[in-house]
Design a binder for this molecule. Structure first.
Ligand code: BGC
Ligand code: NOJ
Length: 814
C-alpha cells in the first residue's frame, strides 16, 4: 500500500493522505538555520545546534509522534467553524490534502469547506529564518469572512533544560511585541545575545504570546480558546510558556486568493549593542527590522525560493544517471543525494529518532558521510575534515563525538572506539580523490584543540594508522576497545548493572578482545595512506604501509577465516565471535562485507565463499540481516548487541548501513546482478508499494529494517540520519555504476546487471563535466574506453588539459 507518489520531475514526494503510518518528515535549511517538518507540519526549528539553540519547542515521545509544529488555523467567521489546513492538530476530514516534500521545502495544500489553503515552508539561503507562504483561495460561490491564526511555541533555547527545569523555566519567559512582530527574548536580559522573532506580512487583528491565554485552561492545540472565539487576547508572556500567534482577518470574494507570509527567525546582536535605548532592557531591533521588512513582501519570498531551487538543482546536477531502473535513477539523482546532505548537516543529531539533545557529531559517522556528499559541497567537506581532525588525540585516537557549536571533543562519551581513527584516513582520501586538493594535507591542525599542538594534517593520518598498529591483540588482530563500527559489540564492557551505558562502561583491560572488522578496515585505510604517501613522494613510507596491509591480510587469513566465512571478532576470553563454534551469532555481515570489499580472497575463492554464506544465511527479501542466529538472551561478554530483542537493531536487524559493504563485495567478484539485487532490496523507492509494512518514508533510507527474527519483519525505523545514505550512494555510483573517483582521475568500472543494455551519466568532477555512456557488448565487466572519440587503454579517464570543460566518455562492456 502507498500513501503518495514520487513526482520526479519536480523532485518531490507527494503524500496524499495525512495519516501516514509514522510522521514522514523533511528538512528545512541547509546552512545554519534548520527545521524538521512532518507531513502535518509537526517538528521544530533550531539555529546550528539542535540542543543549545532550539527555537521552537518539541515534546518528546508524544502521541501523536509529531505533535507540536508550525500550525495555522483557519476559521470561518460566519459559522465559527475552524480547522487546520495541515490536518494536525484539529484533524478535520479535509476535502483534499497533499504534502509535497521537496528539496529544502515542504508545501502542504488542502481544501475544507470550499476554502483552499496552500502553505510553502522553506528557509532562504544565507538567512537565519523560515518562511511560511500561505495562499488562501475561496472556492465557494459566495464571499467568505475568514480568520487566520498562526502558532508556534518557543523553546527556552536549551532543549534539554527546556523539557526538565520547570522550577526555573516557568518564571523566565519574556517577549516583546512591536508592530505586530513577536520577539522571544528569554534570557536576553542576561547572557544571551540572541532572540527569535515571528512576523506576519499583514496588519494583524490581534496576537497572543502566552500559551495559556491562547489555548485556555485544559485545552490543547486541537482546540485553542482564541481560535474558537475568533479573537486573540493580546497576551504578553511573563514566565510560563511563551508562544507566538497572529490573528489575520481575510475577506475573500468567490474565486479570490490572498497570500499571507509568516516569517520566523533567529537573530544575534553585538553584545555592546543589545539594547535600544542602550540603558534600557528593550531589544535593539535595527538590524532585524530590515530582514523582516524584506520577507514580508511575497515577491521577495518568491525570489528566495527560486534561488533555493537553483541551489539544489546545481548540487544534484553534479551526479546524474539515467539507467534502466527508475528506483536507481530516483535515489541517485534526487533522494539519496539529498539525504546525504541531511546527514552532512545533522550528522546524527536531530530527526524524529535522534532527539537533537543527545548526540553530537560522530567522528566515525561524519568521516564516512563524506563519501556521500563530498562531490556536492567540497569546500564544506574540507572544513568538516579540519574540524574533525582538530579533535583527534595526540595518540592518534579520537573522541567518539564532538559538539558542533564548540567544535570540541565530547568528554562524556570519550574515546576508545578503536575503528574511529581509520575513518579520518578514508574521509580525507575521499576528499582528495574528488577534488585533487592535496594542499589540505599541509594544513596545520591541532590535537584535542590544544593551541600549539598543530602538525600538518598528514601527520594526523600517520598517527591514525599507527594507533591501530600500537594496539594489536594476541592473534595480531586490532584490539577492539569499547567497540568498533558496531557500537553494540562491547567486548570489554561486562555490565550487569541496569541502565549503565554499554558504550562507556569498561570493566576489562582491553588487551584481549580483537576485531576482524578493524583488521579489514586497516587494510582499506592502509592502502589509501600508501597512495597518499606515494603521491607525496614518500615511496619508502608508502611501501611500509603496504607491508602492514599485507601482514594484516595474512593475519585475517590465518585467524579470521572460519572455513565458510570470515570470523567477526575474538572476545575477552580469546574465543571467536561470529564463528561456527558459537551457538548463536555464528556469522556476521560486517566481516563478510568488509573483508570482501577490500578484496581478501578474490584470487582463491574465499571471497566468493563468504558471499555465498552471506546469501544463504543472512540475506532476506527485506535486506541482509546483521548476524545469525539472533541472540536469544543477554550475553555479559558481548554487551549491547545481545540486549536487543531478536531481529532488532544490531541483534540481527537489517542494519542498512552495512548492506552496501556486501554490495561492493559482490561487485568485486564481478556479480552485478547480485549487487543490484541487494541494492534494490533496501532501496526505499523500491519498497514504496509496501509502505504499510515498511512504515518509514519511502524516499529516504532508514537505519534499520526489522530482521526475520522480529515479529515485525520488514518494518523500518530510524529514518534519515544514518550512514546508510552515504554508503549506498557510494556503492551504487562508484561500484555498481562504477564511476569511481581516484587520485589520478575518474575510473570507469561498471559492474551492472546483465540485463541492462547500458546507462548514461553526467558527472561533474574537478570542474569538468563528464558525459558518460556505457554500453553492453557482452555479458562481462571488461571495459574498453573511448575518451573524446579516441580509444584509451585501461579504465582510467585521463585528466583533461586545464581549461577543458567537457569530456565525452564511451565505455563498452565485454
Ligand atoms: C545503538 C547503536 C548506536 C549506539 C550509539 C546503540 O544503542 O544500537 O546503533 O550507534 O547506541 O549511540
Ligand atoms: C549507529 C552509529 O551512528 C554508527 O556509527 C554505528 O556504526 C552503527 N550505529 C552501528 O552500531
Amino acid at each position: 500500500m502507498k500513501y503518495g507518489y514520487f513526482d520526479d520531475q519536480n523532485r518531490e514526494y507527494v503524500i496524499t493522505q495525512p495519516d501516514t503510518p509514522l510522521p514522514w518528515i523533511n528538512y528545512l535549511g541547509c546552512q545554519a538555520y534548520f527545521g524538521i517538518i512532518s507531513n502535518t507540519t509537526g517538528g521544530y526549528s533550531f539555529y546550528r545546534d539542535a540542543r543549545l539553540r532550539r527555537i521552537t519547542r518539541y515534546r518528546y515521545n508524544n502521541a501523536p509522534f509529531d505533535l507540536g509544529g508550525r500550525y495555522i488555523y483557519l476559521r470561518d467567521d460566519a459559522s465559527g467553524e475552524f480547522w487546520s489546513p495541515s490536518w494536525q492538530p484539529t484533524r478535520h476530514k479535509l476535502e483534499q490534502y497533499s504534502c509535497r516534500h521537496g528539496m529544502g521545502y515542504t508545501t502542504i495544500s488542502s481544501q475544507y469547506s470550499g476554502i483552499e489553503a496552500s502553505t510553502r515552508y522553506f528557509v532562504p539561503l544565507d538567512e537565519n529564518l523560515e518562511i511560511w507562504q500561505l495562499t488562501v483561495t475561496n472556492r465557494r460561490p459566495h464571499a467568505a469572512e475568514l480568520s487566520v491564526f498562526s502558532s508556534i511555541e518557543f523553546c527556552l533555547w536549551d532543549a534539554q533544560d527546556d523539557s526538565t527545569n520547570f522550577q526555573r523555566n516557568f518564571s523566565i519567559g519574556q517577549v516583546e511585541v512591536e508592530d505586530g512582530v513577536i520577539y522571544h527574548k528569554t534570557e536576553y536580559r542576561e547572557r544571551r545575545d540572541h532572540f527569535a522573532f515571528f512576523a506576519c506580512s499583514e496588519t494583524i487583528a490581534g496576537y497572543d504570546t502566552q500559551r495559556d491565554a491562547f489555548l485556555g485552561p485544559y485545552r490543547g492545540w486541537d482546540n485553542p480558546d482564541a481560535v474558537e472565539r475568533g479573537y486573540c487576547f493580546d497576551s504578553v508572556a511573563h514566565g510560563w510558556s511563551p508562544i507566538g500567534s497572529h490573528h489575520v482577518k481575510l475577506s475573500l470574494k468567490p474565486g479570490e486568493s490572498r497570500q499571507v507570509v509568516f516569517v520566523l527567525g533567529y537573530q544575534e546582536n553585538q553584545r555592546e549593542q543589545k539594547f535600544d535605548p542602550p540603558d534600557s532592557q528593550i531589544i535593539n531591533k535595527k538590524a532585524v527590522k530590515a530582514v523582516i521588512a524584506k520577507y514580508r513582501v511575497a515577491a521577495n519570498a518568491d525570489n528566495a525560493f527560486e534561488k533555493l531551487r537553483i541551489y539544489w538543482s546545481e548540487l544534484l546536477g553534479r551526479c546524474h544517471v539515467d539507467t534502466p531502473d527508475v528506483h536507481t535513477n530516483r535515489m541517485v539523482n534526487i533522494w539519496n543525494a539529498y539525504q546525504c546532505m541531511a546527514t552532512f548537516n545533522m550528522s546524527r543529531s536531530a530527526s524524529f529518532y535522534e532527539s537533537g539533545i543527545g548526540r553530537g557529531l560522530g567522528f566515525r559517522d561524519s568521516n564516512q558521510d563524506l563519501l556521500g556528499f563530498v562531490h556536492m559541497v567540497p569546500g564544506r567537506a574540507r572544513e568538516r575534515i579540519l574540524d574533525l581532525s582538530a579533535t583527534q588525540l595526540p595518540t592518534g585516537g579520537a573522541y567518539h563525538q564532538y559538539q558542533p557549536l564548540t567544535k570540541r571533543g565530547n568528554n562524556d562519551v570519550g574515546s576508545g572506539f578503536n575503528d574511529d581513527p581509520h575513518w579520518l584516513i578514508i574521509g580525507v582520501g575521499a576528499y582528495i580523490k574528488e577534488t585533487g586538493d592535496w594542499s589540505i594535507l599541509d594544513e596545520p591542525v591541532p590535537y584535542d584543540n590544544a593551541p600549539g599542538s598543530e602538525t600538518p594534517l598528514y601527520e594526523h593520518l600517520q598517527r591514525s594508522f599507527r594507533y591501530t598498529l600500537d594496539r594489536l591483540g594476541p592473534h595480531g588482530l586490532p584490539l577492539i576497545g569499547r567497540a568498533d563500527w558496531n557500537d553494540c559489540l562491547n567486548l570489554n564492557c561486562f555490565s550487569d548493572t541496569p541502565g549503565q551505558s554499554f558504550q562507556t562502561t569498561t570493566n576489562k583491560d582491553g588487551t584481549v578482545a580483537e576485531s576482524v572488522f578493524i583488521a579489514a578496515l586497516l587494510m582499506l585505510a592502509g592502502r589509501e595512506l600508501a597512495d597518499i604517501a606515494q603521491h607525496r613522494g614518500l615511496a619508502t613510507e608508502a611501501a611500509s604501509y603496504l607491508a602492514e596491509v599485507a601482514k594484516m591480510e595474512a593475519t585475517i587469513r590465518q585467524h579470521g577465516w572460519d572455513g565458510e566465512w570470515f570470523v567477526r571478532a575474538y572476545d575477552d576470553f580469546g574465543r571467536k565471535v561470529g564463528s561456527k563454534e558459537n551457538a548463536e551469532g555464528k556469522i556476521f555481515i560486517e566481516a563478510q562485507g568488509f573483508c570482501t570489499l577490500v578484496g581478501i580472497g578474490l584470487e582463491d575463492g574465499l571471497a566468493v565463499r563468504a558471499l555465498e554464506s552471506t546469501r544463504q544465511l543472512l540475506a532476506t527479501k527485506h535486506g541482509i540481516v546483521l548476524q545469525q542466529p539472533a541472540y536469544s538472551k543477554y550475553y555479559l561478554e558481548l554487551g549491547e548487541i545481545s540486549s536487543y530483542p531478536p531481529g532488532y537493531k544490531e541483534n540481527a536487524g537489517i542494519f542498512c548501513h552495512n548492506n552496501p559493504w556486501v554490495i561492493i563485495g559482490e561487485t568485486r567478484i564481478g556479480n552485478g546482478d547480485g549487487a543490484h539485487d541487494y541494492y534494490t532490496r533496501i532501496n526505499p523507492s523500491a519498497r514504496e508499494e509496501i509502505s504499510d509494512v515498511h512504515r518509514c518514508e519511502p524516499y529516504v533510507y532508514a537505519q534499520m529494517i526489522a530482521g526475520r527474527d522480529a515479529p515485525t519483519f520488514g518494518e523500518a525505523k530510524n529514518s534519515w540520519l544514518t550512514g546508510t545514505a552515504a554508503w549506498n550512494h557510494y556503492a551504487i555510483t562508484q561500484w555498481i555504476l562504477g564511476i569511481r573517483t581516484s587520485y589520478d582521475g575518474l575510473l570507469i568500472a561498471p559492474v551492472i546487471p546483465k540485463s541492462w543494455r547500458g546507462f548514461n551519466a553526467t558527472r561533474k568532477f574537478r570542474g569538468v563535466t563528464y558525459n558518460i555512456e556505457v554500453q553492453r557488448a557482452g555479458d562481462g565487466n571488461q571495459v574498453s574506453l573511448e575518451v573524446n572519440g579516441a580509444p584509451v587503454q585501461g579504465n582510467l579517464v585521463p585528466l583533461p588539459p586545464p581549461g577543458a570543460k567537457i569530456v565525452t566518455v564511451k565505455a563498452t562492456l565485454h
